[in-house]
Design a protein around this ligand. Sequence first.
Ligand code: SAM
Length: 212
Amino acid sequence: MADTPKRDFNRAALTWDANPGRMKMAADIGTAITARVELTPTMRVLDFGCGTGLLSLGWADRIGSLTGADTSTGMLSEFNAKVRQHDIDNATTHLIGDATGLPAGPYDLVVSSMTLHHIADVPALLHQLHAVLAPGGRIALADLDPDEGLFHSDNTGVCHFGFAREQMRQWLMEAGFTSIEDCTASQMNRKTSVGERVFTLFLVVAEKPASK
Ligand SMILES: C[S@@+](CC[C@H](N)C(=O)[O-])C[C@H]1O[C@@H](n2cnc3c(N)ncnc32)[C@H](O)[C@@H]1O
């Protein structure tokens, strides 16, 4: 299979937070996650595909540590600028490169917002996330419900036109997760090439069993 052309997230990083729609999505997803997963002062959190930290940086004073992992140096640079600006002392970044995978962990919670559709092999990623979680740890992943390729005006770097929740549930079970629950985390209207459409984002929360 030919590689999907990559989107230039380094360039996008410079103006990422200036988009109100993105701010709303991240805020909605954050609200949905914290309604289902209690943040605790010792919790070790990994934000996979963290971007500029819109989802998780605001949690820093409620958790033990935060690792923002991303393939874009530009995104991580914006993340680190906020860390310095707000004197956050428990957040670090990890650059995922061709030769470097996920940070080793262990983590108590792995979150992700709008990154899965950029990952070609999501089942393989779910196995990797399972491996870096501590026993009893949880994941909380948010992305698009099936969108027919209409959500993005340019689908460069998009490997999946959203995900069917049943498919995601199946992949999570195959990766060893239990207690799988999903909900609708956010909804928005967008102008598309075929007119205005409503898009929804799912959040799925699942657990790595303590005994495995
Ligand atoms: C749509 S953005 C979402 C950023 C952030 N989570 C947010 O909600 O604002 C997708 C992010 O995934 C990152 N990304 C793309 N491919 C990735 C990969 N294979 N592994 C980790 N991060 C990746 C991009 O650099 C970008 O920061």
